[in-house]
Design a protein around this ligand. Structure first.
Ligand code: SAH
Length: 342
């Protein structure tokens, strides 16, 4: 029988670092020569597989995450010096604070709140509900690729005493951010918190965000990016690219971009008042905390119950931490306004 050795992503990283084997190069050449296949609507096959992978990953892992971390599936916001010894309740508060801080940074004012919001890549609806409740929105809509998440988001919303269905229509559905089932000019605020990194076509992503916004409406994208390249650099180092490649496999991510790319895409699309920022220091304590909860008896039981995709996700958590610590990975924000009609 063949003996399959399980190896940590880090050990693989050390191996491949710097080595450029002829076989790997030949493989790459061959892949490039093959014509990209597409499905009926023209979506490249690798994107179809990626989407299926994302849906399966969140179908499988959302329950474990919710058990330990609750309804928010994103980084917390930590004041300088805080974060080292926080309880899970405090980490959950930091996650809610993230939503509030991002809204404040973006210039969404409580005096002129958005009436209708779209949450692109909504998870189980944590931000959707928080924003609808905070501003008393008429409508909040969330989209996700995961059927489990859409169902669970509906369930939590139905049980949420802060949301009155007579006043606020909140709903969730399975839909693709790159091909949204909404009319042009539908929403006052389009919000995407830690979903952009999953999008294989950033240009289409930004153009869909623009399309569904009402004129005068605001977009907010908070997403994982790689660092902005220096003037002399054409790409990330081989080591950095390998680090991201391992993370991509575990978290179902396509190639990364820098925040400068998002800025350029937003500008080309016609957005105005574009602002970007880097909050990597503000999220620094997060991955250590996630790793700690994964290694508790409860966390380990949850991982074992959930399945291989979730376990692989947990196994690369140290790589996320490494990526942030070495400055390869950035926690970026972008907000912009769709020009009002004259
Ligand atoms: N914003 C949520 C969830 C973040 S997890 C929160 O902060 O709690 C990433 C989410 O992005 C998942 O819900 C996943 O289904 C969604 N996602 C990834 N690619 C997507 C796509 N192409 N279309 C719609 N949702 C997508």
């Amino acid at each position: 029988a063949t003996c399959v050795k399980t190896r940590s992503p880090l050990s693989r990283l050390r191996d491949v670092r710097g080595s450029s084997s002829a076989a790997a190069t030949a493989g790459r050449r061959q892949r490039r020569r093959m014509a990209p296949k597409a499905v009926g609507d023209g979506t490249p096959l690798q994107d179809v597989e990626l989407k299926q992978g994302i849906a399966n990953f969140y179908d499988e892992s959302s329950n474990v995450w919710e058990d330990i971390w609750g309804e928010h599936m994103h980084h917390g916001y930590y004041e300088p010096g805080s974060g080292a010894q926080l309880s899970i309740d405090e980490h959950q508060k930091a996650q809610v604070l993230m939503v509030d801080k991002v809204l404040e940074w973006s210039g969404v004012r409580p005096e002129s709140p958005p009436a209708t919001i779209l949450d692109v890549g909504c998870g189980i609806g944590g931000s959707t509900r928080h924003i609808v409740t905070k501003y008393g929105c008429e409508a909040g809509t969330g989209i996700t690729l995961s059927p489990y998440q859409a169902r669970r988001a509906e369930e939590i919303t139905a049980a949420d005493a802060n949301i009155d269905p007579q006043k606020s229509a909140v709903s969730f559905r399975v839909a693709d951010a790159l091909n949204q089932p909404f009319e042009d000019e539908s929403f006052d605020l389009v919000w995407s918190l830690e979903s952009g990194e999953h999008m294989p076509d950033k240009e289409k992503f930004v153009s869909e965000l623009f399309r569904v916004l009402k004129p005068g409406g605001r977009v907010i994208v908070v997403t994982w990016c790689h660092r902005v390249l220096g003037k002399e650099e054409e790409k990330l180092s081989a080591y950095e690219r390998l680090l991201l490649a391992v993370i991509n496999k575990a978290y179902y991510l396509p190639d990364w971009v820098s925040v400068a790319r998002y800025e350029a895409l937003a500008e080309a699309e016609g957005f105005r008042d574009i602002q970007v920022d880097d909050w990597s220091p503000q999220v620094a304590p997060f991955w250590t905390a996630v790793l700690k909860t994964a290694l508790t008896p409860n966390g380990l039981r949850g991982l074992l119950k959930s399945g291989t995709k979730t376990i692989r996700g947990a196994a690369v958590m140290p790589l996320m931490r490494l990526g942030f610590a070495t400055g390869t990975i950035k926690f970026n924000l972008m907000t912009a306004v769709k020009p009002a009609k004259k």
